[in-house]
Write a protein that binds this ligand. Structure first.
Ligand code: GCV
Length: 711
């Protein structure tokens, strides 16, 4: 870079240009050019070197070219600047702005318990008239830059007090359930609701990775630093990514590296057999261990910063250690041993259960399975194994208790797995902002109120902490996520993974400001207020018109969209509600049920055990009760079902009316896409209401106390 001049504007990325001659533009999500207006109008000095510093320079250059600012890279002479972004360890320069910035920051850093900023942390402070962002490593500078973007003009407020930021979690990861070869049932992206994969198409890697690069930029801006690029259900073609097709993975890693994102791979436990031609994949077989060691070495030769493996084993038909009479610690440790010399990790999923259950068998409880398999293994996993636990004991339902596994393995690194892709929460056709739900999970105190929380578990206040992981929700859709408002779930995940204790409504507010920048909106306040009104409580609205009181899984089998009250009732999947003429719900108490309630530490075991103390919203998860049972709310179960279903549909209609007030205020293509999806949400919520109410009316014979129409 020529220090004599402002940095040349590099080739514009495709946010400004169509991806392809005839294709529609791709929506910039929460990074529209306008979000950079405040930054782009300033005089900016960047000091330091490295791949991610180049990314910072590129971002600043692009913003300045658009909005009239200037950028310098490590000038050794005096320049008047508004913003300095500098690496603390970078060469001393006779540049007064950099020196002043360092001096202003020094006291602050050393004064605050001497804690260093770490690889990803940064400091923002004012030094005279200048805003200073300092970091110890290039990734910190990149996160600091995006912080300045989020703050807009507030980053330059003379009265702004100094701030230090560090991610609470080291690994903030998205799992893509993308298939390389189109799966005959699950398609290109399993549980994907936003078109095809941005990585793969029709059996091969996409040649053009511009979109992946743009994705990396979006992820870095909200704090995500790791992704896995293929489905946890690893079929033949996908298995080859580990060996023959490793080059494709390397290309993706190359494109994401400038944004601080490491690539991980889902692998098949049977790889030594399927790819290596060995007769066994037994973790105790020396040839198997040697195969994993050699294969992993080759992966690191090609991708030196490769993150590690993700494994779904002995689950829903995937191979695993049970075949060889070994347990999941044996299986996970096999891969961990191969990754350890290179600094990689294994994310080993705890989603293991019997998916060939007999619905007549009331003693087997799918909710118990993860704990039964994994809790006894606590302390047996190598330190580079992260046991990845779905947040609830069953399967990403709209409401479930928090998985008891998360309180049962103090000597194991645990990660919580969330589902950003809205498989069970409206499939990106419904507005369902999941931040409040995730936050509730992260704030849950499994040892009792006031005690340590799930956020503490994943950040490492018990064992080393395994991080936060989520199943991704993007595809090649022009809005990335199908429903434009579903972008907020992706953004919120990243921000919660950076700081799991943050208020999700505040995060949503950030997303609104970035996505609909006030400077580009006719009535910014109206837009903000309306979006909060529509989105803040939308998860609870979704809960109201779907399966009641935590019972879950009243969805259509297979695609999991829309009501199917008995869809899973007589199947092998272990997800039942047991509704009869007298009552509904699953008895999971120790006294008379499956005993699942006893998997919690004493405080919650006791709360969940009794019908009297169990919270209303989980009542049917833990108990089978008569329709006339009176809830803490004062309503009976049956009347609660009717009331919430009528209310839920009204709330969705109100969402649609509110959205209509934004007509003409925002990008017409966003307006139209959301409007169209809200029509579908009203239709589908009405269908839910009528099927659920009618089902329970017919079962119970109890009429609605308010005489509304039930079919
Ligand atoms: C990737 C649920 C989904 C499956 C998914 C599975 C999992 O059962 O419906 O599509 O498979 O969870 O998390 O492994």
């Amino acid at each position: 870079m020529n220090a004599e001049e402002s940095v040349e504007l590099e080739q514009l990325m495709f946010v400004e240009d169509p991806v392809d001659g005839d294709e529609p533009r791709v929506h910039p999500a929460w990074l529209p050019p306008e979000a950079f207006r405040s930054l782009g109008a300033r005089r900016v000095l960047v000091h330091g070197d490295g791949l991610l510093v180049d990314t910072v320079l590129h971002e600043v250059s692009r913003a300045c070219a658009r909005y009239g600012g200037r950028v310098w890279h490590s000038p050794s002479w005096d320049v008047d600047v508004d913003l300095v972004l500098a690496l603390r360890g970078a060469d001393e320069l006779p540049n007064p702005a950099v020196q002043a910035a360092r001096a202003a920051a020094a006291a602050l850093i050393e004064g605050a318990d001497g804690e260093r900023l770490g690889d990803e942390g940064f400091l923002l402070a004012r030094a005279g008239d200048v805003t200073v962002v300092l970091a110890d490593a290039p990734a910190g500078l990149l996160y600091g830059l995006f912080h300045v973007v989020r703050l807009c003009a507030a980053a330059f407020d003379p009265a702004r007090p100094a701030e230090r930021h560090r991610p609470a979690l080291r690994r903030r990861m998205l799992n893509h359930w993308d298939n390389v070869a189109v799966h005959p049932v699950m398609g290109q992206v399993e549980r994907g609701y936003a078109g095809g994969s941005i990585f793969w198409q029709d059996g091969r890697a996409r040649g053009d990775l511009a979109r992946v690069r743009e994705y990396g930029r979006l992820l870095a801006s909200c704090g995500v630093n790791a992704i896995s690029v293929n489905n946890v259900n690893v079929a033949r073609t996908e298995a080859l990514l580990l060996t023959e097709r490793l080059g494709d993975v390397a290309e993706i890693a190359d494109v994401l590296r400038p944004y601080g994102i490491r690539v991980h791979l889902s692998v098949s436990f049977a790889a030594p057999v399927v790819l290596g031609g060995l007769p066994t994949a037994d973790p105790f077989d020396p040839a198997v261990r040697a195969w994993w060691a050699a294969t992993t070495r080759r992966v690191y030769e090609r991708i030196p910063d490769f993150g590690g493996y993700l494994v779904k084993a002995d689950s829903e038909g995937q191979p695993g250690p049970f075949t060889y009479g070994r347990d999941h610690a044996d299986g996970a440790n096999l891969l961990a041993e191969a990754l350890a010399p290179h600094g990689g990790v294994v994310h080993w999923r705890a989603f293991v259960y019997n998916h060939h259950q007999d619905w007549r068998d009331r003693s087997t409880d799918r909710a118990r399975a993860a704990y039964d398999h994994f809790a006894p293994l606590d302390g047996r996993f190598r330190t580079n194994v992260v046991v990845q636990v779905k947040f609830g004991p069953v399967d990403f339902q709209t409401r479930e208790p928090v998985s008891p596994v998360l309180a049962a393995m103090p000597a194991t690194r645990l990660a919580v797995e969330l589902q950003v892709t809205q498989e069970y929460t409206g499939q990106q056709r419904h507005v369902c902002h999941l931040g409040p739900w995730w936050s509730e999970v992260l704030r849950f105190a499994p040892w009792g109120p006031g005690g340590r929380t799930i956020a503490d578990v994943v950040t490492g206040e018990t064992a080393a902490g395994g991080g936060l992981v989520a199943v991704a929700n993007v595809g090649d859709d022009v809005f990335w996520t199908g429903h434009p408002l579903a972008q907020a779930n992706l953004y919120t995940f990243g921000r919660l993974a950076w700081d799991p204790r943050r208020d999700p409504t505040e995060i949503l507010d950030e997303w609104i400001t970035l996505t609909f920048p006030p400077s580009a909106t006719a009535d910014a306040e109206l837009v903000r207020r309306t979006l909060h009104e529509i989105m803040d409580d939308s998860w609870r609205t979704y809960e109201r018109y779907t399966a009641p009181l935590g019972v879950g899984f009243m969805v259509n089998p297979g695609d999991h969209y829309g009501p199917g009250v008995d869809g899973y009732e007589y199947t092998r999947w272990g997800t039942y509600h047991f509704a009869d003429r007298d009552g509904v719900g699953v008895d999971r108490s120790r006294a008379s049920g499956t005993g699942f309630a006893g998997q919690y530490p004493p405080y919650w075991a006791q709360v969940y055990e009794s019908v009297e103390s169990c919270p209303d919203e989980l009542l049917l998860f833990f108990h089978h009760v008569p329709y006339g049972h009176v809830l803490h709310s004062g309503s009976t179960v049956i009347q609660h079902i009717y009331d919430t279903h009528f209310a839920g549909v009204e709330e969705v209609r109100a969402m649609r009316r509110r959205w209509q007030t934004l007509h003409g205020m925002i990008d017409p293509s966003v307006y139209e896409r959301v409007a169209e999806r809200l029509d579908e949400q009203v239709r589908c919520a009405t269908e839910w209401r009528d099927q659920i109410n009618t089902y329970f009316f017919r079962k119970s014979g109890v009429p609605d106390g308010r005489g509304r129409r039930i079919y």
